[in-house]
Ligand binder design. Structure first.
Ligand code: ARG
Length: 269
């Protein structure tokens, strides 16, 4: 073989070896970085991110444990994976970045499936339908959006309720921008309401109904139909996990377990 040709052969061979090493390396990197089923099983825990201020989906009970409908769904997913469930309580606003940053494997937080969020994370099939509602102190009743004119309104940062209030109260000049107050935790918004710092809170309707049952002096004013659906957020790189989550949720829907849990957490009261 002439010398020049052998040189080319070596070059092609070297490129091939480098390509194979790069490919293998990338695969290992992906397995280590992304919360795939294998990596979750390997670490033996499923880390779920939530904002435990949203009863009955997730809240801290009297014994200091994070419980709720979402936590029960998370337990079913952990059971299916054969691993222990670990729940991380974060501000709602940071949940998606915690998921992207791989600090959590899943987000279950009564999170509405929206087109903007779907650009950065994947959502499971929906498991609950919701809308928004207004709550206030029992001393002041609001019947419609116009009753909120120039009132101070509280919302949770990063929520669909916040976007709704910006679009329908601030941008329509019903309230000024400074009269819309943003809270990281709903519990802080409730405290602000009790103190009289704000006149009303806009939150998801099922949670509003739960608050007025459990927090004294607070009433349900009116509902705002927004037609939202809750989904479990999964990293875009974790399609196998997404499939597993979907099959767990679909099973819970068809075998009646989800309805039983909804009954358990909402009760009849
Ligand atoms: N459904 C609303 C949203 O997705 C509010 C969710 C708030 N969840 C919570 N755990 N605080 O924006």
């Amino acid at each position: 073989m002439p010398k020049i040709e052998r040189k080319w052969l070596y070059l092609v061979f070297a490129i091939l070896v480098i390509a194979i090493i790069a490919y293998l390396g990338y695969n290992v990197y992906q397995q280590q970085t992304y919360p795939t089923i294998t990596s979750i099983k390997n670490k033996g825990i499923l880390v779920v991110g939530t904002s435990a201020d949203f009863p009955p989906f997730e809240y801290v009970n009297q014994s200091g444990a994070i419980v709720g409908l979402d936590i029960d769904i998370a337990s079913e997913i952990a059971k299916e994976l054969g691993v222990k469930l670990v729940v991380k309580d974060l501000s709602f606003d940071v949940l998606i970045s915690a998921l992207q940053g791989k600090q959590v494997d899943l987000v279950i937080a009564g999170m509405t499936i929206t087109p903007e969020r779907s650009k950065v994370v994947d959502f499971s099939v929906p498991y609950y339908n919701a809308s928004q509602a207004v709550i206030s102190l029992s001393t002041q009743k609001f019947l419609s959006i116009n009753d909120l004119k120039n009132k101070k309104v509280g919302v949770q940062t990063g929520t669909t309720g916040e976007s709704w209030a910006e679009a329908n109260l601030v941008n329509t000049s019903i309230i000024s921008n400074s009269n819309l107050l943003h809270y990281d935790k709903l519990s802080d918004a409730l405290l602000a309401l009790k103190r009289g710092d704000i006149d009303a809170i806009i939150i998801d309707e099922p949670v509003a109904r739960m608050f007025v049952r459990t927090v004294s002096g607070v009433q349900y004013d009116f509902g705002i139909y927004t037609g939202e659906q809750y989904g479990i957020a999964v990293n875009k790189d974790s399609k196998d996990l997404l499939n597993l989550v979907n099959s767990v949720v679909n099973n819970m829907k068809t075998n009646g377990q989800l309805d039983t849990l909804i009954q358990k957490w909402f009760g009849s009261g």
